[in-house]
Design a protein around this ligand. Sequence first.
Ligand code: DQA
Length: 147
Amino acid sequence: SKILVMHGPNLNMLGTREPEIYGSTTLADINAMLEAQAAEAGVETEFFQSNHEGALIDKIQQAPLNGTDFIILNAGAFTHYSIALRDAIASVAVPVIEVHISNVHTREEFRHKSVIAPVAMGQILGFGTDSYAAAMYTAIRKLKARA
Ligand code: DQA
């Protein structure tokens, strides 16, 4: 079984991007942590980051075709307004866990709304990079329960 971890725009800048909000951990560090976590459970991982809405949509459309069982998605700012990304998620049967590093509800009003939440299995947010670890934990548990 395979879990796809997707990161949207500006998440390639983690480590140096607004560290007071997002911390100093790099995206490579996060991916390495998640890969180890999944490997321990015998689950394969794939990682994808793009700053481009269409590239993220293409990746979601391909997920059911390449054996992806679960998607962990931090869509970055697209979370708040990309109906196209939401529709892509709705178009595939692969469950999506929405992740955010920061607690978007304590921040600007425009971050309070997620257009992808209604088509996601659930949201995990506000725990720093542990949000990803909690999402991976959950995805692994759901996969094992399915088997
Ligand atoms: C984010 C929150 C979004 O509002 C923001 O645009 C990001 C990162 C987070 O992980 O906290 O790019 O998704």
